[in-house]
Design a protein. Structure first.
Length: 220
């Protein structure tokens, strides 16, 4: 991954970009709740997530997957601090996209997000996606997790396709919550699983990746 640069943004060439006008504000934040010694809530609030906080979240999630974080490359259009992470005192660049590169089990992998207007929120979205993938593993979906990682390693997002289209939430049909996503995933998995006569391995990998993306977006 030595050809990847931390600055400026090294976006994977085969990943779809979000049009600037379609980027949105995110709800990521840092809890600032304060409690008394007895546990009584004195102050309950949330502040905007910083670059450093979002970067720490990514490192935390990748460490849980056994990734050596010293080899992780976080690429953005922000100049770097002495620590080697994007500096948060520069204002937002015109392109707030982020790309994270790492190696897992000897395979080079990446995840790139530019759906939000702030670099910190795009970094947090990567961390949230990784967290959703860990949830799959915790609930006994180790094989599903490996297929999802295979998708990040080998199958870039197909042009014009997002998780709503893959899970067939199109037109007026919108997933109301995570349960709706899980139910639709199970329905489609019964058709696409490679063990079925009608199965399609590539479509199943894409379906798994779509589920991860949906859980990440709907869980915050």
């Amino acid at each position: 991954m030595s050809e990847r640069e931390r600055y400026p943004l090294s976006w994977p060439s085969d990943w779809k970009r979000t049009a600037p006008g379609h980027r949105r504000r995110a709800q990521f934040g840092k809890d600032t709740t304060r409690r008394s010694v007895s546990g009584e809530v004195l102050y309950n609030g949330k502040v905007q997530l910083s670059i450093a906080d979002a970067f720490d979240r990514i490192e935390y999630e990748l460490e849980r997957f056994g990734v050596n974080t010293e080899t992780v490359i976080v690429s953005t259009n922000l100049k770097l601090t002495m620590r080697g992470i994007p500096a948060g005192n520069q204002g937002e660049p015109s392109d707030p996209g982020v790309a994270v590169y790492w190696s897992r089990k000897g395979k080079a992998q990446c995840m790139a997000i530019d759906a939000y207007t702030r670099v910190a929120d795009n970094l947090a979205a990567v961390a949230a996606t990784l967290s959703a993938m860990r949830a799959i593993e915790r609930h006994g979906g180790a094989q599903i997790l490996e297929r999802a990682f295979l998708g990040f390693a080998q199958l870039p997002e197909r042009s014009g396709v997002n998780w709503r289209e893959v899970l067939r939430f199109t037109g007026p049909v919108t997933p109301a919550n995570i349960d709706a996503v899980q139910e639709r995933f199970r329905e489609l998995a019964k058709q696409l699983h490679p063990d079925k006569s009608s199965g399609d391995q590539e479509a199943m990998i894409e379906l798994n990746a779509a589920r991860v993306a949906a859980l990440a977006e709907l869980s915050h």
